[in-house]
Ligand binder design. Structure first.
Ligand SMILES: NC(=O)c1ccc[n+]([C@@H]2O[C@H](COP(=O)([O-])OP(=O)(O)OC[C@H]3O[C@@H](n4cnc5c(N)ncnc54)[C@H](OP(=O)(O)O)[C@@H]3O)[C@@H](O)[C@H]2O)c1
Length: 312
């Protein structure tokens, strides 16, 4: 059996359960590709799974990491349209071994050519967060030009893509973030910003058509007030089940991001045309995945945290 370097967890727990070790190199099935991983994105779901989220669906030992950018090394016999040597990016299924490793197998249907204008570290910043923003704004909220959207946690992984997609489509974009992110958020298209540490957002926003909530809990509850009648709140987290009187005549949707190679292709076009850019807070070597988790788990990153696995 061939081996590879990987980060694996043999138990649920804190960052210390992430072990840098040798692991079996995966073999692609007929409809899969083997990707030589050059970079992996780090997302909150990684540290949540590390702590035990979805533990009944997870088999240990587990390689975490569900954002990958790399080069196709091998393909299964049923794969068409992708070839060894192609530079690609993907959001692989969350129920399988992930990208904190030198190699990963991914269903070919989940893989797209990476944006040509990005290096691999920045390409790995895109799939999970950008697909979440895309599916929330366009599949669920049907955001259009002229609509008003409030984006919570606008400077985070999901939020900074949502700001750019909403501005690109011609919406009026309002974001919540602490003041240190405001210049950055203006530079990527936000029209109004609310410093949530000094101003309750419900005092500053009225009649939003759409709210994108990436915080849940009491932020989800308070956000009903700022939505107009017939407006929609899309949440990446579930809020309390009952919205109370403020939720009457308003819609709520919960996004659970899905792999989608066609949407990754559309996003690559936007990135290569200069309309959207991923922003990276910090790049760690693969062996320092635990430090990357600690940084992301602090909850205040600007854009994405990345693991650099190998040079192109
Ligand atoms: N359901 C799904 O399919 C799905 C998909 C993706 C993500 N998610 C979930 O969505 C959440 C966000 O993900 P992410 O990748 O965007 O996280 P992230 O990158 O870790 O978010 C960090 C950002 O949150 C901001 N923030 C923290 N508290 C805030 C508050 N009270 N008001 C406004 N901004 C605040 C921080 O800004 P400051 O520095 O200003 O505090 C920071 O920029 C996570 O819980 C994740 O698990 C779910």
């Amino acid at each position: 059996m061939e081996t590879m370097k990987a980060i694996r967890m043999h138990a649920f727990g804190g960052p210390e359960v992430l072990a840098y070790e040798d692991a079996p190199r995966p073999v692609p099935a007929a409809d899969e590709v083997l990707i030589r991983v050059l970079a992996a994105g780090v997302n909150p779901v990684d540290w949540k799974i590390r702590e035990g989220y979805m533990r009944d669906k997870i088999t240990l030992p587990l390689v975490p990491g569900w954002d990958v950018a790399g080069v196709i090394e091998e393909k299964g016999p049923a794969v068409v349209g992708l070839e060894p040597g192609d530079g690609v990016y993907a959001l692989p299924s969350i129920l399988r071994n992930g990208a904190y490793a030198e190699y990963i197998v991914v269903k070919a249907s989940e893989v797209a050519l990476k944006p040509e204008s990005l290096d691999y570290d920045h390409a790995a910043a895109v799939p999970l967060a950008a697909l979440t923003a895309w599916q929330s704004l366009f599949d669920l909220a049907r955001l259009r030009a002229g609509r008003k959207i409030l984006i919570h946690a606008a400077a985070g992984g999901v939020g900074h893509f949502a700001v750019q997609f909403a501005a690109w489509v011609g919406a009026h974009v309002i974001g919540t973030a602490s003041a240190r992110h405001h210049d950055f958020l203006r530079s990527i298209g936000a029209h109004e910003l609310i410093d949530y540490t000094t101003t309750p957002f419900e005092e500053a926003v009225r009649d939003a058509d759409v709210v994108l909530d990436a915080l849940g809990g009491e932020v989800w509850q308070r956000s009903w007030k700022v939505l107009k009648r017939g407006g929609i709140m899309v949440s990446t987290l579930r809020g309390p089940e009952a919205g109370g009187p403020d939720a009457l005549n308003k819609l709520c949707a919960h996004v659970f991001v899905q792999p989608d190679a066609a949407q990754l292709g559309e996003i690559a076009v936007l990135i290569d045309s200069g309309q959207v850019r991923p922003v990276v807070e910090r790049i760690f070597p693969l062996s320092e995945a635990a430090a990357a988790h600690r940084l992301l788990q602090s909850g205040h990153a600007e854009g994405k945290v990345i693991l650099h696995v190998a040079d192109a």
